[in-house]
Design a protein around this ligand. Structure first.
Ligand code: UAG
Ligand code: ATP
Ligand code: API
Ligand code: MG
Length: 484
């Protein structure tokens, strides 16, 4: 593809390269550059891509896209294009390179602290059943083209990779894409160039303050989605929704349990086996049943119904589709414990609000004690750690404090950050630093009717320590210990 075609529509400050040159690929990591590529230099949080321009050129880059004039360009021999914002340029290059795949499909973007993954799967099931559509899904657990799985590292991939995935979805026959849009993605322009038919907001509670610094900044990052969609479907019961929608440029459709919501849940019935409620909206009323427990699932279900209604789907068809939904890996997932009189659940709660929600749900139906096994991720928001500790002991009967993904931090330091939130509570707790031993400890401790909730790792089948992912699948740990 010619460089000129790749740059179409992009705001350029200056051009110092032959635009007729053929481009093989686009790279934002110099280490990936091969002959014929364009290298996009981006300033980051760890380092600055502008530093690696010489390396990219040495490896055969035909042009560099950058924000500042490359160092060492005294002779004027570096082929570069200066732009205002490299991250945005990378996204726009991606749109051009792959032929704007998002324009060929109906795009649904879901944002919020908790519930994004759960809601994307609900939405995919609704679209497949109601429209017989082939649906692409992008999110934390995996990317899906219909039923074909693509592994993923990020909740929302970097923009260029994202456009590549969307192209695969378009070429694979998808008519709809449901995707999680993280706040990092909004702040770092990963979804730039995508026009969403529907944007969905679940909720906002503390997480990622290492990156966003304040809740206001975090909210405003998510709010950007509602300047990039035609219809915004939002949780009216969430206190941040007012601020979130202040800057919105889209049409609005609210959901919630309180009066005044455009889509409302009433006569909510919560049991150990799932949820049931009446959905009331201008199009009519229908009883919805879902085989996943938890009041938070009422909200995720409302979010998905709201998005489906925004696309014009029939309310009764939506309810029918939800009846057969079987859940998401690592979200309130039951682990087989044959011959045992206690239950084990795996869940992805990794924020104070996530813990409150899943543990209070379990306390609502557990016949015995609710035993929470949890830790906090390393290299992430430190201020959420004592709050997660306090949330856990307030909503369980026994807390087992352990490691999550320590990343580059000392596990004992992370646990020391959790403990101030736990101390002073009357709920007993035990520290077992090694996660496998912590699970064994909880299983040894469990009595008839108890429910052990393994929190935080959900679908993850690894533990990340010092940049290395070590295999750790909680399903296998339980199964192997039961065999012994
Ligand atoms: C905070 C954050 O999101 N950082 C992302 C950001 O990194 P960065 O800008 O700090 O990059 P950097 O390491 O400083 O490097 C700057 C530039 O120099 C380049 N470079 C670097 C070294 C070199 O030798 N050559 C070179 O060209 C890098 O490729 C990069 O383009 O841009 C990188 C390139 O796309 C991402 O890989 C990186 O994600 C990091 C790894 C990350 O952990 N992100 C997490 C926090 C994240 O995005 N999470 C969200 C939310 C999760 C959720 O709640 O669901 C997600 O969407 O997954
Ligand atoms: N609507 C909700 N409100 C609060 N907590 C929720 C909600 N939905 C799910 N949770 C809890 O949060 C955990 C994470 O849910 P889910 O994976 O759907 O969220 P997410 O927004 O995709 O998270 P991430 O940002 O890490 O990808 C669940 O395992 C559950 O414990
Ligand atoms: N997307 C979230 C996932 C956290 C999962 C949990 N297991 C942890 O490592 O904290 C993050 O990157 O912060
Ligand atoms: Mg997710």
């Amino acid at each position: 593809m010619k460089l000129a075609a790749l740059l179409e529509g992009i705001d350029l400050l200056s051009v110092h390269v032959d635009l007729d040159v053929d481009v093989a690929n686009i790279q934002y990591d110099s280490r990936q550059v091969t002959v014929g590529d364009v290298f996009v230099a981006m300033a980051g949080y760890e380092t600055d891509g502008h530093r690696y321009i010489p390396q990219a050129l040495a490896q055969g880059a035909v042009a560099v896209v950058c924000e500042t004039v490359p160092e060492g360009n005294q002779e004027g021999e570096i082929p570069y294009i200066q732009v205002v914002n490299s991250r945005r340029a990378l996204a726009e290059l991606g749109c051009n390179y792959y032929g704007h795949p998002s324009k060929a499909m109906t795009m649904i973007g879901i944002t919020g602290t908790n519930g994004k993954t759960s809601t994307t799967y609900l939405m995919k099931a609704i679209l497949e059943q109601c429209l017989d559509a082939k649906v692409g899904l992008i999110g934390t657990n995996q990317n899906l083209i219909g039923d074909t799985v693509l592994e993923t590292e990020r909740t929302t991939p970097e923009s260029f990779a994202l456009q590549g995935i969307l192209a695969q979805m378009r070429d694979g026959g998808c008519t709809h894409v449901v995707m999680e849009v993280s706040s990092h993605a909004m702040s770092l322009d990963r979804v730039c160039g995508i026009d969403y038919a529907v944007g969905v907001y679940t909720n906002l509670t503390q997480d990622h303050l290492d990156f966003h610094h304040t809740m206001e900044e975090y909210c405003d990052a998510k709010a950007l989605l509602f300047q990039q969609c035609a219809m915004g479907v939002y949780n009216q019961d969430d206190p941040w929704s007012v601020r979130l929608m202040t800057q919105a440029t889209c049409q609005r459709f609210s959901y919630g349990q309180k009066k005044g919501a455009n889509l409302r849940a009433d006569h909510v019935d919560l049991t150990a086996k799932g949820i049931a409620f009446d959905v009331i909206c201008p199009a009519g009323e229908v009883r919805v049943q879902l085989a996943i427990p938890g009041e938070f699932m009422v909200y995720n279900t409302l979010a998905a119904i709201g998005a489906a209604r925004a696309l014009g789907l029939d309310l009764k068809d939506i309810a029918k589709a939800l009846k057969t939904f079987h859940g998401v890996k690592g979200r309130v997932e039951v682990v087989p414990t044959p011959d045992k009189d206690y239950t084990i659940l795996i869940d992805y709660a990794h924020s104070p609000d996530g813990l409150i929600n899943v543990l209070s749900t379990v306390q609502g139906f557990a016949k015995g004690r609710t035993i929470a096994v949890f830790g906090c991720g390393g290299d992430r928001d430190r201020t959420k750690r004592p709050k997660m500790g306090a949330a856990a002991v307030a909503h369980c009967d026994l807390a087992v404090i352990t490691s999550d993904n320590p990343r580059t931090e000392e596990p004992s330091t992370i646990i020391a950050d959790i403990l101030p939130g736990v101390e002073g509570s009357t709920t007993p707790y035990q520290v077992v630093e090694n996660r496998i031993e912590a699970i064994h400890w909880a299983m040894d401790e469990a009595k008839a009717g108890d429910v052990i909730v393994l929190c935080g790792k959900g679908h993850e089948t690894y533990q990340e320590i010092n940049h290395v992912k070590h295999h750790l699948d909680e399903r296998e740990i339980v199964a192997e210990y039961l065999k012994q």
